[in-house]
Design a protein around this ligand. Structure first.
Ligand SMILES: Nc1ncnc2c1ncn2[C@@H]1O[C@H](COP(=O)(O)OP(=O)(O)OP(=O)(O)O)[C@@H](O)[C@H]1O
Ligand SMILES: [Mg+2]
Length: 253
């Protein structure tokens, strides 16, 4: 599949100029960066995401690791399942809260977001393409927007009834693709969906879980479906969460 960013963005010398913070949330900061080709023949906007690690294994873990406690701190073991540091040196480092340990934790969230985006992008799901890691614990993503501004979140997009219908159809298709790829978003809402170029885009995936490999996969999938169905129902669409959930389960071969 053709990447949505020009090749030079990944392969050639460039200069990045920070155009400022797009959104600074409790958990993440998104900046817009203008990347220019060194020979002056091209420019391309990118989104840069940096975030505090979240969704930890036990209450107090973040503080122990020296991170500031986020207002929306969640103590949900399901999110961490299967995300323990892979080797024993890393595991010991995390246990001892060494500098390396802190880094391992931070990087696992970053790596998870990158890997999930990449795997979803590869099956054709509407997600921003993960361009690369940056040197300071962040991730460059395909920017959804233009010079005038970033894509609105679904919750703020003020879609017309026909657009809303299209957004719904696209969301169902996106959920099918995510399930086919074996992922549950696990934080799906009108705030993690963007509307850009007449398309619905799914963002913010660091907490995604393995649908069948995680004990809470189906529960989280159901919660996601109920969440987004509720939003569309409140905006006038006749949608049935249980029907959609059953259709999704029917995709699992
Ligand atoms: N690739 C992108 N292109 C354009 N805008 C984006 C992109 N990624 C994120 N945003 C904007 O930044 C916001 C925050 O991003 P994201 O949802 O990934 O982080 P978060 O961890 O949920 O942060 P927050 O706590 O602020 O919601 C999004 O709601 C969206 O408005
Ligand atoms: Mg978000």
């Amino acid at each position: 599949m053709a990447r949505p960013v020009p090749d030079w963005v990944l392969t050639e010398w460039f200069t990045d100029v920070d155009l400022g913070v797009l959104k600074s949330g409790k958990e993440a900061e998104i900046r817009v960066v203008e990347r220019s080709r060194r020979d002056g023949s091209g420019r391309h906007l990118l989104a840069q995401k940096r975030y505090r690690p979240r969704r930890v294994a036990y209450k107090g873990q973040l503080e122990e690791l020296g991170f500031t406690r986020a207002a929306t701190f969640r103590n949900d073991i399901g999110y961490r399942e299967g995300r323990a540091p892979a080797n024993s040196r890393d595991r010991r480092a995390v246990e001892k809260m060494s500098r390396h340990g802190k880094q391992v934790v931070a990087e696992s969230w970053l790596g998870q977001e990158h890997d999930v985006l990449r795997s979803l992008w590869e099956v054709g799901a509407p997600v921003p393409f993960p361009v690369s890691f940056d040197d300071h614990g962040g991730l460059f993503l395909e920017y959804l927007g233009d010079d005038q501004g970033a894509a609105p979140r679904l919750a703020q997009a003020r879609l017309s009834p026909p657009e809303l219908r299209r957004a719904w159809d696209q969301l169902v298709e996106a959920m099918f693709l995510m399930v086919d790829a074996g992922w549950v978003h696990a934080d799906l809402s009108a705030y993690n969906l963007l509307w850009w170029a007449d398309r619905l885009w799914v963002i913010d995936v660091p907490q995604a879980v393995d649908l069948v490999g995680s004990t809470q996969g189906f529960e989280l999938l159901h919660r996601d479906v109920v969440n987004v169905c509720g939003w569309f129902a409140r905006h006038g669409l006749e949608v049935d969460a249980e029907v959609v959930f059953a259709e999704l389960l029917g995709r699992i071969g």
